[in-house]
Design a protein around this ligand. Structure first.
Ligand code: Y12
Ligand code: CO
Length: 171
């Protein structure tokens, strides 16, 4: 099932999501729906709150070197905690909840992620480059934060003006 994606400035996106406690069939169905929704929208990452479900779950599907995404590249991440963040890197980020807008954001270069899979099994992932950036972007969603909040005052002002104009043009 394709789920509607919540877009900025909807206040739902400010919700701090709650830990997942039930690793049941309903969670599995929801994760499958998140995957279908993300793939249809050409995304590489999606947090549950972006489809209006305030639970600490996110999915990632980072393309291979040829730019191909396939289900075997899917990573489902539940109740994530970042350890050992190292270095900094700049990357031009985009977000399905902020359509049409891309900006450079500073993130940790690498990190270790502790999380659970869809069955509640504990997992560990060493992440760098795009995977590390995507993990940080999506965990921010779980904490009610968007990448535009990391912009400088002037870049944020410019964004608000351009985004409002684009929204009006869509109507
Ligand atoms: C690096 C930086 C950010 C992330 C988070 C995941 N972000 C996305 O998956 C963004 C997807 C996206 C897709 C769009 O649609 C198309 O390209 C057709 C898009 O464009 C519009 O909505 C107009 C914007 C963002 C991971 C890694
Ligand atoms: Co996003």
């Amino acid at each position: 099932m394709i789920l509607p994606i919540v877009t900025y400035p909807n206040k739902i996106l400010k919700t701090v999501s709650a830990p997942v406690t039930e690793f049941d069939e309903a969670l599995h169905r929801f994760l499958d729906d998140m995957y279908d929704t993300m793939m249809l929208s050409n995304g590489i990452g999606l947090a549950a709150i972006q489809v209006a479900n305030p639970i600490r779950a996110l999915i990632l599907c980072i393309p291979d070197e040829e730019g191909n995404q396939s289900r075997d590249r899917l990573i489902e991440i539940i109740n994530p905690v970042i350890h050992n963040p190292k270095g900094t890197t700049l990357y031009q980020e985009g977000c399905l909840s902020v359509p049409g807008f891309y900006e450079d954001v500073e993130r940790y270069e690498s990190l270790t992620l502790h999380y659970q899979d869809r069955f509640g099994n504990p997992c560990l992932l060493e992440a760098e480059e795009l995977l590390s950036i995507a993990i940080q972007h999506e965990i921010d969603h779980l904490d009610g934060k968007l990448f535009i909040e990391k912009l400088s005052y002037n870049r944020r002002k410019k964004f608000e003006k351009e985004y409002k104009r684009a929204q009006k043009e869509k109507k």
